[in-house]
Ligand binder design. Structure first.
Ligand code: PEP
Ligand code: MG
Length: 565
């Protein structure tokens, strides 16, 4: 059994055999040089292939209009228009002539130039990369011999989970009348056209799962898009547990839909602040379907990852501005870059550390990367003019760390004033409470910030001295360990005394069964994954706080390791 983590596009649970579609595009495309005398032949080949591809796309537009919703045919029409673009055709022909290369090579290069252009642009344009990849694939297919495709060993209309490197809208369209249980891909995005289609078909979907390294056609798997897990070759007891979960999920499906538009409340009408965690900027588009109380934690690491250099102040400003403007009336809590062992971009050169989790993290990294933090803070202060932005400090241990970050904010404000930029002096500031020291020193910390977030993932790691990366040892302790719960309780009491907000935003907030316990601890603010928002809201609506009777140890034993991994 192997558990792989990923990102949910469409929530749900599915169990079944997998069919792998690993398209090794780059490897199979023929690249060769041609002679001057062969140019005309290549151009004739190109024109024929282009005509066929356009015709095929036209068919997709018409067919999908009949079978899928309007979204699908609009998507295929936009792809058709890319192929109609004269600029693209002439660039391919020029590349054949000038570089003396075969048509497939020229198509690949010309599309790659567009893809590269969009890679360098703002996040919004990144989704266009997928469109250009999809159209290139369709066009190249006209030149390739697809007879050597391995036949899928799973017969006809048997239910299958499609596992692929990259999912295109064409694959989804072609699967329309097949019995697809779920889609899982290695690459992708929240707003790619493939995701848009999967969402309108209501089929569970995950991406960012490293499937190509582990999956084989015909393997058995569980897609738990509710908890962002892909379980390959599960053992019998896991299968049994999940068969029950699938039943419960099916029964609750309608209830999730209807509650998603309502405010979060308990059965006895206690208002609960139910926010969402955002890990990738485009995830915000999934929020349209939810009535949520703001973004409780926006992890900014992903804006910094996958690049060769840190994003500039302006680039970050555009990203943050877009997010806060989209949800103007709701608090958007943006955490400063959390440099840690698991999510450090390669361009941030850190000295070798024997134990990085106990090394250069949080405020301790400011000395190493001051300019990067300053650019981020300046971008955030500028974006705060466009909505309800709050800044969250990552891992702090005591007020000296708070002072380091607050010093940067003052410096950034001064610099922006010198540039005559309008500054909001009232940006709320919060701190992550995720070290035992911060929890113990909470009475001092809370005097210096406006709100706190409890990061139970790291609080668990540091309290029990067990690395988050060490699954075996991590799993040997109950996730609701009394030591962690006592620290959380202490923080809640001290912060509530000061009438300030304390929000639980670690992974345990996604475990709906634990809400009687959280409410009993007087927590009323939570931030959960988008995929769990309605699930938690439904659970809250079933709890009567006045009737909660929890025997702490019983509760801990009951959900002891159920939610690990
Ligand atoms: C946490 O530690 O609980 C948390 C929310 O932060 P991250 O998981 O990003 O470290
Ligand atoms: Mg953390």
């Amino acid at each position: 059994m192997k558990i792989l983590k990923g990102q949910t596009i469409v929530s749900g649970i599915a169990l079944g055999k997998i069919c792998t579609i690993f398209n090794e595009e780059e490897k199979t495309i023929p690249h060769y040089s041609i002679l001057d005398s062969q140019i005309d032949i290549e151009i004739i080949r190109f024109n024929k292939g282009m005509d066929k591809a356009r015709n095929q796309l036209q068919e997709y537009v018409e067919e999908s209009y009949k079978t899928l919703d309007g979204n699908a045919s609009k998507i295929f029409y936009s792809h058709y228009m890319i192929l109609k673009d004269k600029n693209i055709s002439s660039s391919i022909i020029n590349s054949i002539k000038n570089n003396l290369i075969n048509v497939e090579h020229a198509i690949y290069d010309v599309f790659e130039n567009f893809i590269d252009l969009y890679r360098k642009k703002d996040m919004h344009f990144h989704e266009l990369i997928h469109d250009f990849q999809d159209v290139r694939e369709t066009l190249l297919n006209e030149f390739m011999n697809s007879d050597d495709d391995e036949p899928c060993p799973i017969p006809g209309k048997s239910p299958i989970i499609i596992v692929t490197k990259r999912l295109s809208p064409y694959m989804i369209n072609d699967m329309f009348d097949k019995n697809v249980l779920a889609f899982v891909s290695e690459e992708g995005g929240f707003t790619t056209h493939a995701s848009v289609l999967a969402r309108s078909m209501g089929i569970p979907m995950m991406f960012n799962v490293p499937v190509t390294s582990f999956c084989n056609c015909n393997d058995f798997a569980i897609v738990d898009a509710e908890n962002e897990k892909f379980i390959l070759n599960p053992d019998n007891s896991t299968i049994k547990d999940y068969e029950i979960k699938v039943e419960v999920f099916k029964q609750n499906q309608e209830k999730y839909k209807s509650i998603s538009k309502l405010p979060a409340k308990t059965k006895d009408n206690l208002n609960v602040d139910l926010k969402v965690n955002i890990n990738l900027p485009n995830e915000i588009y999934l929020l349209k379907e939810h009535n949520f109380d703001g973004i409780g934690l926006l992890r900014t690491e992903f804006i910094f990852l996958g690049k060769t250099q840190p994003p500039s102040e302006d680039e970050q400003f555009q990203t943050y501005k877009k997010i806060v403007s989209l949800y103007k009336d709701k608090p958007v809590t943006i955490r400063l870059l959390d440099i840690g062992s698991d999510k450090t971009p390669a361009y941030l050169e850190l000295p070798h550390q024997v134990n990085p989790d106990l090394g250069i993290k949080g405020a301790r990294s400011v000395n190493y990367f001051k300019e990067i933090f300053m650019n981020q803070i300046k971008a955030l202060i500028r974006a705060a003019e466009y909505g309800n932005l709050r800044i969250l400090y990552p891992m702090v241990t005591d007020i000296s760390d708070i002072k380091i970050f607050s010093g940067l904010i003052e410096e950034a404000k001064n610099e922006l004033s010198l540039r005559n930029i309008k500054i909001n002096q009232e940006i709320p500031i919060g701190a992550m409470i995720e070290t035992p020291s911060a929890a113990i020193m909470i009475d001092q910390i809370i005097e210096n910030v406006d709100f706190v977030n409890i990061g139970s993932n790291d609080l668990f790691q540091y309290t029990l001295a067990v690395s988050r990366e060490h699954q075996d040892i991590y799993s040997s302790y109950p996730i609701f360990h009394p030591a962690v719960l006592r620290l959380i309780k202490m923080v809640v009491e001290k912060v509530t005394e000061k009438n300030k907000e304390v929000c639980l935003c670690g992974e345990i907030a996604n475990i709906e069964e634990a809400y009687p316990l959280f409410l009993d601890m007087d927590l009323t603010s939570f931030s959960v994954s988008v995929s769990k928002h309605s699930v938690v809201k439904l659970k809250l609506s079933e709890i009567d706080k006045t009737k909660i009777q929890i025997v702490f140890d019983d509760f801990i034993n009951k959900i002891r390791n159920e939610n690990k991994n």
